[in-house]
Ligand binder design. Structure first.
Ligand SMILES: [Zn+2]
Length: 129
């Protein structure tokens, strides 16, 4: 059955999800910015050729880190409040976020991440592993 997640749990998961996004975005940004710095922003007529030496690349290194850091904060931030899936708090119909908050059953659609599925058996108990 579906139950509401405790707010603390939801916020904790949101923070962890955000951190994961920051790390992922940082790695991708770092690789892409490094490639762009080393090989130029586009392929040349003779194919992709290194435009700067590794020594010159080191000069760009602080800039690459700064650009990657900025991207890794702003990209996940823009994603943080985007709710992709909604669930009805009465009939538990799940749908994608189309802006409509009212369900046909009279219930209200809320962020799916605020709910969690629990087995009836483990209801009220912490699940054992
Ligand atoms: Zn409903």
């Amino acid at each position: 059955m579906w139950i509401m997640k405790p707010d603390r749990e939801y916020n904790k998961q949101k923070r962890i999800g955000f951190l994961k996004n920051v790390i992922k975005t940082f790695i991708i940004s770092f690789i892409l910015t490094s490639l762009a710095a080393k090989y130029g922003l586009g392929p040349t007529r003779s194919g992709i050729t290194p435009t700067i030496s590794w020594l010159e690349f080191l000069d760009y290194f602080p800039l690459i880190i700064i650009v990657s850091l900025i991207l890794s904060i702003f990209i996940p931030l823009s994603d943080l409040y985007r709710i992709s899936n909604l669930i009805c708090n009465k009939c538990f119909t799940v749908k994608s976020n189309d802006g409509e908050k009212h369900c046909e059953c009279g219930g209200k659609f809320i962020d799916l991440r605020k709910m969690q599925w629990v087995d009836k058996k483990s209801e009220g108990r912490k699940s054992k592993k």
